[in-house]
Design a protein around this ligand. Structure first.
Ligand SMILES: Nc1ncnc2c1ncn2[C@@H]1O[C@H](COP(=O)(O)OP(=O)(O)OP(=O)(O)O)[C@@H](O)[C@H]1O
Ligand SMILES: [Mg+2]
Length: 498
């Protein structure tokens, strides 16, 4: 019996100035988990958007369940049973979970919306997935992980035979990834073909059967996961051997205290949080999602009000009421919520990079120094290997990982003393990750103070001079780099106080 569900052949897709796909190939079987990997901008999302009717291919052939098909729009894909969970979650924040799942397909009684039936149907989907979620809760009130579960439920509600997940674990904690993997295993057993896009190489070995590697819009190879070492996959992705820098230089231990936070409280989210950050030091914040790490960052940056607590910058007590105050105190914040605070996707790369530091680009007579903006942003694009036809490209046309690099770039241009990086390498490919690690090392060596939040423990261990662990809004442990291991971090991360 032929197990092939989808086969894409010779797919080409051009955008103005960019060939995103160049004669690309891909094949998916029933009941397999098939990873699609490649560097940022390799064309992974575009290939899957072609399969789901978001983009029309310029050339090539798609065979689905034995027949050649034309997929001109997303409805056609849904009818065929091809569902996708996009890299950027696409839910309507003000609607409930159930309303989102059945948007445009709500059960009705006469002219009236049958709210009860809607919620029942959603509840049944959640039950099938083994997730505990109230279908009547508004999306805005859900964690990213639960929003993702709603996306999966929505994808399944179309009776999906093919389910595509574009970087599903980028925003999830270890425990949440565990339940996602359980659901993937279940769908696989039901015969669903799953396409799994991820930059987290450790995951591939755990759940995928085969791996297809793409580079620069082209097909490189498809291999069986069990027979292929990860190093080989990475070499195929980047087209060269990767150089892995070792740990950070031992700097900053005795540097002056640049930031001090005392007795920070905010509802149940922050409980008496206090710590110091020294010049030249990278302090990693570890913990499970929801532990309160992002809340600490947002409180320091003035993005959320606090109930009580004091913040000192260079030994001086400061009042930070909003992000403007924070920026004035020399604090830069790379938020984990890229959509809200990240970048202006309808503007071009150079404007985004220059934005937080506009004042430094104003010339003597008060006008903008466009040439310098161009030069500086071109440097950033080169330094961070942003894949773009030029600094005039609109950010919305960049791949997910490359948008991320632009956001990092804009804070680098702004001269801050204190950097807060919340999940700095989320969505960034293995090669570029190394570049970003080196960049953080370099910032520390220059005497910057860095607070870094990451859910990837190897990353915390690689970068931090000191590690602070949080659980349920409180700091539960602090470890020096020499004594930290994944195990003792996890112990503190699950240790409740009070
Ligand atoms: N709508 C668009 N207009 C112009 N260029 C685009 C558009 N969509 C994608 N591209 C370009 O096509 C190339 C492939 O992008 P794609 O989003 O498929 O990459 P990706 O492999 O998913 O990367 P990432 O890992 O960063 O998500 C990139 O160079 C990107 O800038
Ligand atoms: Mg992508």
């Amino acid at each position: 019996m032929d197990q092939t569900l989808v086969s894409m052949d010779n797919i080409t897709k051009d955008f103005p100035g960019v060939r995103a796909l160049d004669g690309c190939r891909f094949e998916l079987r029933k009941g397999e988990v098939h990873a699609l990997v490649g560097e940022n901008g390799a064309g992974k999302s575009t290939l899957m958007k072609v399969l789901t009717g978001v983009y029309r291919k310029d050339a090539g052939r798609i065979v689905y369940d034995g027949n050649e098909v034309d997929i001109p729009d997303t409805r056609t894909a849904q009818k065929l049973g091809i569902s996708i969970i996009h890299q950027e979650l696409n839910l309507a924040k003000d609607l409930t979970a159930a309303q989102n799942i059945f948007l445009g397909r709500e059960p009705r009684r006469g002219l009236m919306l049958d709210e009860r039936k809607l919620n029942e149907q959603a509840a049944r989907l959640f039950e099938r997935l083994g997730i505990e979620l109230d279908p009547r809760v508004k999306i805005a009130e859900l964690t990213v992980a639960n929003q993702q579960m709603v996306e999966i439920a929505k994808a399944l509600s179309f009776d999906a035979k093919v389910l595509i997940m574009d970087e599903p674990t980028a925003a999830l904690s270890e425990a949440e990834i565990g339940s996602l993997f359980r659901i993937i295993g279940q769908l696989k057993a039901e015969g669903v073909g799953i396409v799994y896009i991820s930059h987290r190489m450790d995951e591939l070995k755990k759940i995928t059967d085969r791996i297809t590697v793409m580079r620069d819009g082209a097909y490189i190879d498809t291999v069986a996961t069990a027979e292929t070492p990860i190093e080989r996959i990475i070499a195929m992705m980047v087209g060269r051997e990767l150089y892995h820098a070792s740990g950070p230089a031992q700097t900053g231990k005795n540097g002056e205290i640049v930031l001090e936070v005392r007795h920070l409280n905010r509802g149940k989210q922050l409980k008496d949080v206090g710590f110091t950050l020294r010049k030249g030091e990278i302090v990693g914040f570890a913990g499970l999602v929801g532990a309160g790490r992002t809340e600490v960052a947002r409180a320091i940056f003035g993005a959320d009000p606090i109930d009580s607590g004091d913040i000192y910058v260079h030994g001086r007590k400061v009042r930070i009421r909003n992000p403007y105050d924070a920026v004035r105190e020399g604090i830069g914040y790379l938020s984990e919520d890229r959509k809200q605070f990240g970048c202006l996707v309808d503007m071009d790369v150079k404007t985004n990079i220059a934005l937080p530091s506009m004042r430094s680009f104003v010339g003597g007579l008060g006008w903008m120094n466009d040439r310098r903006i161009g030069d500086v942003s071109a440097q950033i694009v080169e330094r961070l290997c942003v894949k773009t036809p030029g600094t005039g490209q609109l950010v919305k046309f960049l791949s997910g990982g490359n948008q991320q690099k632009v956001i990092i770039g804009k804070w680098l241009v702004r001269d801050c003393d204190i950097f807060i990086f919340d999940e700095p390498t989320r969505g960034i490919d293995v090669g570029a990750k190394g570049e970003i690690y080196e960049l953080l090392d370099e910032l520390a060596a220059q005497g910057k103070a860095i607070l870094m939040i990451s859910s990837e423990l190897p990353e915390v261990l690689r970068l931090s001079h000191r590690i602070i662990v949080m659980c349920e809004g409180a700091i539960t442990g602090e470890l020096r780099r020499e004594e930290a291991t994944q195990e003792n971090i996890m112990q503190y991360a699950t240790r409740r106080i009070g």
